[in-house]
Design a protein. Sequence first.
Length: 103
Amino acid sequence: MSVEFRRSFVKDLEKITDQRLKQQVREVILVVRINPQDQRIYCLTLQGGVDEEFVAAYCPAGTTLTCTEDVIRLANIRADQTSIVGLVRHLHNLGCVILALES
């Protein structure tokens, strides 16, 4: 997939206002992109502003969110290495502090 196509696609995806449809499109993209042999299940521990809406919009289906006083845990993240790096970068850009990443 070319960089220009990817940028155009992301812009078009952001225009979708129906959150349910947007999540379904993201799930289809994940299924197309991820080779089952490359998938792992990750757990990410962090500090920052992540909520259910973020998980629904940016994490693969099945990801669970657990919050304690100052630590957030995203578990059961089914992704390949490229996808998990993209998620970590997105969280970093939002100002979250990554405490741990386990597979």
